[in-house]
Design a protein around this ligand. Sequence first.
Ligand SMILES: Cc1cc2nc3c(=O)[nH]c(=O)nc-3n(C[C@H](O)[C@H](O)[C@H](O)COP(=O)(O)OP(=O)(O)OC[C@H]3O[C@@H](n4cnc5c(N)ncnc54)[C@H](O)[C@@H]3O)c2cc1C
Length: 418
Amino acid sequence: MSTDDGSTQGQTSYVIIGGGLTAARAVEGIRESDPDGVITVVAEENHLPYERPPLSKGIMLGKDEEDVVFPHDKAWYDEQHVELRLGTAATAIDPDAHTVTLASGETVPFTKLLIATGSSVRTLDVEGADLQDIFYLRTLDDCEAIKARLVAGSEIVIVGAGWIGLEIAAAAREHGCEVTVVEPQETPLYGVVGPEVGTWFADLHRSHGVEFRFGEGVDRFTGTEDRKVDGVVTSSGNTLSADTVVVGVGIRPNTQLAEAAGLTTDNGIVTDAALMTSAPDIFAAGDVANWRSTTLDTNLRVEHWANANDAGTAAGRSMAGQDVTFDPIPFFFSDQYDVGLEYSGYVPRGTKADVVLRGDPKTNEFMAFWLDGDRVLAGMHVNVWDTVPAIEQLVRDKTPVDRGKLTDSDVQLSDVGA
Ligand SMILES: Cc1cc2nc3c(=O)[nH]c(=O)nc-3n(C[C@H](O)[C@H](O)[C@H](O)COP(=O)(O)OP(=O)(O)OC[C@H]3O[C@@H](n4cnc5c(N)ncnc54)[C@H](O)[C@@H]3O)c2cc1C
């Protein structure tokens, strides 16, 4: 029997909206301290909750099977007594009544609710955008559709030289496709790593045969009589021949449910350090959340795997009554060709950070640091491993560093203090 607050015969009812990694980890976080609570996962996609990085890497390359993306199989959810409502969208939240409405019209009561709705791709609104064979990559189904187009000799135009665009470019080259990347900025990843490190990314991809069109956006797409894309006309008037176009121009957080429910949103759903939103009993985590970082003394929305992984668990714990302060240093990783990299830290948009290098980028083994005066805001290693804890410590402790030591690969990162 359900009561008004969604509890069932004294048990807490947890509802998780979302089918990504955040949702999967939240179940784990809840079960750490509440073995008996009723858990329902409402997920719009018709897949078990899954993580996305392999979609642009191992699976796209044909090296991994689809099942690498699932943190847990169906049997695990059954063992955890989780009710999975897959292929079902949540359409409304009533914070006062403590209910979630599903697309079917059914309402599900909750005691505690997690919004883990992630994000959706930004789309291009230009002439020809509705032609066939123009793709975006967010879901397993998108991944399979794009992979089927990566045939040796085919002409792939990628719009956007961000992480997704670059990883797809690498996969397409490994499949033997002709690849051109169109990017309005002067280097890849311009807003994230700046021009110096961005130039290294451009050189890496050029050395694998990728062609770039920097400083050019998309004016329109052209198509055949049967409405298949056959070209991209750039803002400079150049026409690039294309069998397939993949657009990777960023994402936006899926805040619609939260906004309609009257929760506070500002570039995501605003939460405190316990991942609680402005409504009692409603939490948010993963790509959709703009959470309070105690260490960095700011709110952050992070669109990366580690954030989904760690915030999902933390939100589950928080919902189940544990005392949680979610306070990681933001982290992400990428793999392109034979290069693996990890980045830790946070450089606020618009900050004029100095870039300091350690090691020679030409060897594809180096580190880069982004500094504000003598403070490390972020650090990245490329084909150099096990430096994340040391970088995180420099960021967390706001350690004043000596640039000479920081750039000297012979000095341990623990000894670079001024
Ligand atoms: C191709 C790709 C490669 C990536 N590679 C990397 C990488 O190398 N490194 C890295 O750090 N990060 C990477 N990321 C980013 C990382 O995958 C995301 O940060 C992560 O997926 C966020 O997880 P999430 O659970 O918050 O949201 P999502 O993974 O977006 O999951 C949200 C889920 O909620 C569902 N949903 C939305 N609205 C509703 C609703 N109303 N009702 C029910 N369900 C709903 C969606 O259908 C979706 O399944 C990559 C992302 C992509 C797309």
